[in-house]
Design a protein around this ligand. Structure first.
Ligand code: PXP
Length: 242
């Protein structure tokens, strides 16, 4: 089973917004990623609009041909936008104004009631829902109980520490999620190097990668950066069989 490669284009907008210019255009970046073989485009509309802004999201909805994954906090404002735009997938993430990037997984146990409402609203509009969670058994089980189609496992700790322990946590959580019938994605901090082992986890079906793709693109161009990640993922998938 191949792994879907979803590219997060937030940091194209970060660069644009740093100068207040109209370029570089994250939507053009999304189109180049698709032409280079990406299976989907991910964009995070944050409450503070620090990178992607509402107009980007609307243009992405119009122009993305593959799969549009809207990352967002489960707030009333974001739900209203998602229900209007109808991305293919909504990934619910925790969000803190002060954080540099999404720091942890959702508190699915503590926020169960508000998440249940958000899940219901999105699914009622025909949108697939993914929950961004830490690789913790209870969180996988509660996600399943919430009735979502997918979980995205937070790979930040694994990428940061590069220990067998963190890798094992991801592998165990992926297996449990799959046993429960959930689609399994992973993301955060993945690079062309550390994604290989992640892609070798047999239950994994999707990765969401942003920062390292845009970083590679500075040196090799966006299409080549996407192809580099695809090749790394394919190496990981081949390790499953070997
Ligand atoms: N998945 C989720 C849910 C995220 O919040 C992010 C960061 O926006 C990513 C994946 C991508 O992480 P990175 O930019 O480190 O590749």
């Amino acid at each position: 089973m191949p792994i879907r490669l979803h590219i997060n284009i937030d940091h194209v907008a970060t660069l644009r917004n740093a100068r207040g210019t109209a370029y570089p255009d994250p939507v053009l970046a999304a189109q180049l990623c698709e032409q280079a073989g990406a299976d989907g485009i991910t964009a995070h509309l944050r409450e503070d609009r620090r990178h992607i802004v509402d107009a980007d999201m609307a243009r992405l909805r119009d122009l993305v041909q593959t799969c549009l994954n809207m990352e967002m906090a489960a707030t009333d404002e974001m739900l209203e936008i998602a229900l209007r735009l109808r991305p293919d997938v909504v990934t619910l993430v925790p969000e803190k104004r002060q954080e540099r990037t999404t720091e942890g997984g959702l508190d699915v146990v503590g926020q169960r009631a508000s998440l249940a409402k958000a899940v219901q609203l999105c699914q009622g509009a025909g949108i697939k829902v993914s929950l961004f969670i830490a690789p913790i058994e209870a969180d996988v089980r509660v996600s399943h109980e919430l009735g979502v189609e997918q979980i995205e496992l937070h790979t930040g700790e694994y990428c940061h520490t590069d220990t067998p322990f963190e890798f094992a946590r991801l592998a165990v959580a992926a297996r449990l999620a799959r046993e429960l019938g959930l689609d399994v994605a992973a993301g955060h901090g993945l690079t062309r190097h550390n994604v290989v082992a992640i892609a070798a986890i047999p239950e994994l079906r999707e990765v969401n990668i942003g920062h390292a793709v845009i970083a590679d693109a500075i040196f090799v161009g966006l299409p080549e950066a996407v192809r580099g990640f695809r090749a790394a993922i394919d190496r990981g998938v081949r390790m499953r069989r070997g």
